[in-house]
Ligand binder design. Structure first.
Ligand SMILES: Cc1cc2nc3c(=O)[nH]c(=O)nc-3n(C[C@H](O)[C@H](O)[C@H](O)COP(=O)(O)OP(=O)(O)OC[C@H]3O[C@@H](n4cnc5c(N)ncnc54)[C@H](O)[C@@H]3O)c2cc1C
Length: 634
C-alpha cells in the first residue's frame, strides 16, 4: 500500500468493478471519492429529465457501495469543477487526482484545462481508459489515418486484443482524512420537485446502479444473447440487451460486456452452435458502434464543436413549430412514428429501429432542423449519450459515408408492415387504433369508412390524418436538396464564408416546451427543449462526401440529382475539416504534454487538410461498392 492521498473523480464511471482509476487509487494509499455536479459547465448538453433521474439513483447506489468498502462518496454541487476539486485537494492535502477518460466535447475541454492547472500546481494527475475497448487514438488504417467508415474500423479493432477486465473490485478503501464541504443527493437537485411523479414511473421499468447493471448483463448473456440474431429487429419488448443507460453512465464496463459475450461465443463455436456464434458477432458489432461513436467524435472533433450535419448547412429547413410539436407528441398520423414517439415520452427508451424511423421522419418528411430532433432525444432518452446521439442523427441524415443517403426516404407505412407486421406495437402505444384490423393499422387513411367506423377511428378527430402525404413529402425533400445544391454552388467564395445555415436563424426561436404532465401544478424544466447552439457558425463544415446510390423508393430526377451532388462535393470542404482538426490536434497536443502520465495522444494524421482529404475521398470511393443498409440502422 502506497502513501498517496488520492482524489478519485467519478464522472460517467459509476461502478466499483473494473474501474481503473478507483483501483489505482486504492492500491496507492488513502482515497477521497468525489462526484462534482456542475450544471453551468454542462452548457447546451445539460442532461434531460430522465437522464438526471437515472444519474441520481446511480449515484445513490454507488455511494452505498463505496461506504461499504470504507470510503464515502463526496457529492458536490458547484459553479466550477476546478474550484471544487481544488477545495478537495486542500481539504485532504491530496497528492494525486485520478479519473477515467471521457470523449464528449464538454468533458474534453474541461478535463484538458483542469489537468493543466493541477499539473501546474505540482499535483500528480493520472487518467485511465474506463469507457472503451480501444482508445480512439489506437485505431488507424495502414496510412495512419483515421477511419471514416464503420466496417474497416471495426475489422481493425477486432484484430487487436481487448485488455482484460479486472473483475475483482478493491476489497477495502482507506478514507483520506480531512473535512470536505459536501451535500446530500437531494441537494444536488438532479430532479425537480415537479418531475418526481413522472419519474416515479421510470423506477418500475428500470433499476439504475452498477450491481443492477451487472444483473441485467448476466440475464442478457445467459438468456437472450443466443437469440439476438433473430430478435434484435423486433421493435417491441426486450429484444435487445437494454444495456445502453448502464453503459452510458459507466455502470458496466464495456470490457466486461465484451469479455462475457466473447466467452459465450467461444463456447457456442465449440458446440457448433452457429446461431449463437452469429448472435454474439452482431452484439459485439453493436458495442463496436458505441466505440465508433467516440472514435468519430474524437478524431473529427468538429462534430462536437458544431454537432452533426455540417453538409446540410445550406439545407432549407422548415422550422415549423407546429410540425415539431406534432412529431414530439406522436400526432403525425403515421402510426409507427407516433407509437415510437409516445413510447419515448412514456418510457425514456425506444428500440434502435424506431429511433431510425422517427428521426428520419423528422428530417426527411417534415424537414425539421436536425438539432431540434437531436435535442429532443437528448432531453427524453434515458441513455442520452452525446456521441451515440450524434452518430445516430448523422447516420439517418446523410452525413456518414456509410449511412443513409440524404435523398433516401423510407415510408413509415411500409416499415410498419416490415417491423410491426401484426400491428401489436402500434396498438400498444396508440390505444385509439387498438381496434383497427392489422391490414389497415399502418395506413388507416386508406381504410374503408366502414372499417374505420367499426374500429371507432375518426381520422382528424380521435387520430390525425397524415401530417403530409408521402408523395408530397418526397417532392419537398427533392426540392429542398436542389435548393441546397443551388445555394451551395452559388456561394463559391470559400474565403468569404457566407455560410447560410438557417438553423442559426431558427435555433433561438421559442420551441414549445415539453410538458411533463398536464396537471394544474405541472411546470417545465428550464432545460427542456433548448436547441443546441451552433458554435462558430462561420466555420461550418461540409461532411457530405458520400456518393448517393439513390433512394429506397425512387426520387424523380435521380440521376441529375446524383450528378449535381457529385459536382457539389467540393474539396474545399476539406479545408474546414482541416481547420477544426488542427485546432483539436493542438488541443490534444497540449493535453498530452500537460499531464504527467498518459492520456490523449495526438493523432498526427489529422493535422492538415491534404492529409485528411485523401483517406476521406478513398473512403467515398470504397463506399460506392459497399452495402448501404445495415450499419447503424440494422
Ligand atoms: C437517431 C439515433 C439516436 C440515438 N441516440 C442514442 C443515445 O443517445 N444513446 C445511446 O446509447 N444510443 C443511441 N442510439 C443508438 C441505439 O439506438 C441504442 O444504443 C440502442 O437502441 C440501445 O439499446 P440496447 O442497449 O438494447 O442495444 P443493443 O442492441 O443490445 O446493443 C448493445 C449496446 O451497443 C451500443 N449500441 C447499439 N447500437 C448502437 C448504435 N446504433 N450506435 C451506437 N451504439 C450502439 C449501445 O451501447 C448498446 O447498449 C441512437 C440511434 C439513433 C438512430
Amino acid at each position: 500500500m502506497g502513501c498517496n492521498r488520492t482524489i478519485v473523480w467519478f464522472r460517467r464511471d459509476l461502478r466499483i468493478e473494473d474501474n481503473p482509476a478507483l483501483a489505482a487509487a486504492a492500491r496507492e494509499g488513502s482515497v477521497l471519492p468525489v462526484y462534482i455536479w456542475c450544471p453551468t459547465e454542462e452548457g447546451q448538453f445539460y442532461p434531460g429529465r430522465v437522464s438526471r433521474w437515472w444519474l441520481k439513483h446511480s449515484l445513490a447506489h454507488l455511494s452505498q457501495s463505496l461506504k461499504s468498502l470504507g470510503a464515502e462518496l463526496v457529492l458536490i454541487k458547484t459553479h466550477s469543477t476546478l474550484a471544487a476539486l481544488l477545495e478537495c485537494i486542500n481539504a485532504i492535502q491530496a497528492t494525486k487526482v485520478v479519473f477515467n477518460h471521457l470523449y464528449d466535447p464538454v468533458s474534453l475541454v474541461r478535463d484538458h484545462n483542469i489537468k493543466g492547472t493541477l499539473v501546474e500546481i505540482g499535483l500528480s494527475v493520472q487518467s485511465y481508459n474506463g469507457d472503451l475497448l480501444y482508445e480512439p487514438w489506437e485505431i488507424y488504417d495502414e496510412m495512419g489515418h483515421a477511419f471514416t467508415t464503420f466496417e474497416p474500423f471495426w475489422n481493425r479493432c477486432l484484430q487487436k486484443q481487448v485488455a482484460a477486465a479486472s473483475l475483482i473490485p478493491p476489497w477495502q478503501l482507506i478514507p483520506a482524512k480531512g473535512a470536505v464541504k459536501k451535500c446530500s443527493i437531494e441537494e444536488l437537485e438532479l430532479e425537480d420537485e415537479l418531475e418526481k411523479s413522472s419519474n416515479a414511473l421510470l423506477g418500475r421499468a428500470w433499476s439504475p446502479g452498477w450491481s443492477n447493471a451487472d444483473k441485467a448483463l448476466t440475464e442478457f448473456i445467459e438468456h437472450h444473447l443466443l437469440h439476438y440474431l433473430k430478435n434484435r429487429l423486433k421493435v417491441g419488448g426486450d429484444s435487445t440487451s437494454l444495456l445502453s443507460p448502464y453503459l452510458h453512465f459507466g455502470e458496466l464496463s464495456a470490457r466486461k460486456v465484451f469479455q462475457l459475450a466473447r466467452m459465450k461465443q467461444i463456447l457456442w463455436a465449440n458446440e457448433g452452435n452457429i446461431t449463437g456464434e452469429q448472435s454474439v458477432t452482431l452484439f459485439l458489432r453493436a458495442l463496436g458502434l458505441r466505440e465508433y461513436s467516440r472514435y468519430l467524435c474524437f478524431n473529427f472533433p468538429f462534430t462536437h464543436e458544431r454537432p452533426l450535419l455540417g453538409n446540410l448547412r445550406f439545407f432549407p429547413w422548415n422550422s415549423d413549430l407546429a410540425n415539431f410539436k406534432a412529431w414530439r407528441q406522436g400526432r403525425t398520423g403515421y402510426p409507427l412514428v407516433d407509437a415510437g414517439m409516445r413510447e419515448l415520452w412514456a418510457t425514456g427508451w425506444i428500440h434502435n429501429r424506431i429511433r431510425v424511423i422517427v428521426s428520419s421522419f423528422a428530417v426527411k418528411f417534415l424537414l425539421l432542423p436536425w438539432r431540434w430532433g437531436m435535442k429532443y432525444f437528448w432531453d427524453t432518452l434515458l441513455d442520452a449519450d452525446l456521441e451515440c446521439d450524434i452518430l445516430g442523427w448523422q447516420y439517418i441524415s446523410g452525413s456518414l459515408p456509410d449511412g443513409h443517403e440524404l435523398e433516401r426516404m423510407d415510408n413509415p407505412e411500409i416499415q410498419g408492415v416490415k417491423f410491426d407486421p401484426e400491428g401489436e406495437y402500434v396498438r400498444h402505444w396508440l390505444p385509439e387504433l387498438a381496434r383497427m384490423p392489422t391490414e389497415w393499422i399502418h395506413h388507416p387513411w386508406d381504410a374503408p369508412l366502414t372499417v374505420l367506423r367499426a374500429a371507432g377511428v375518426e381520422l382528424g378527430l380521435n387520430y390525425p390524418k397524415p401530417i403530409i402525404e408521402v408523395d408530397l413529402a418526397r417532392q419537398r425533400l427533392t426540392e429542398a436538396i436542389f435548393k441546397m445544391w443551388e445555394t451551395e454552388a452559388g456561394s463559391s467564395d470559400e474565403t468569404n464564408e457566407v455560410v447560410v445555415d438557417n438553423t442559426n436563424v431558427v435555433q433561438n426561436s421559442a420551441i414549445p416546451k415539453v410538458v411533463l404532465k398536464k396537471t394544474p401544478c405541472a411546470s417545465i424544466s428550464s432545460n427542456d427543449q433548448k436547441v443546441p447552439t451552433l458554435q462558430n457558425p462561420k466555420n461550418v463544415v461540409s461532411l457530405d462526401k458520400k456518393r448517393s446510390k439513390g433512394m429506397e423508393e425512387g426520387v424523380q430526377n435521380q440521376s441529375s440529382l446524383q450528378n449535381h451532388k457529385n459536382d457539389a462535393e467540393v474539396s474545399s470542404n476539406d479545408q474546414g475539416m482541416c481547420s477544426t482538426s488542427e485546432s483539436s490536434s493542438s488541443k490534444k497536443q497540449k493535453s498530452a504534454t500537460c499531464a504527467s502520465t498518459c492520456t490523449f495522444s495526438v493523432p498526427q494524421q489529422c493535422s492538415s487538410s491534404s492529409e485528411l482529404k485523401r483517406p476521406w475521398q478513398e473512403q467515398i470511393d470504397m463506399e460506392q461498392s459497399s452495402s448501404k443498409d445495415g450499419t447503424i440502422g440494422s
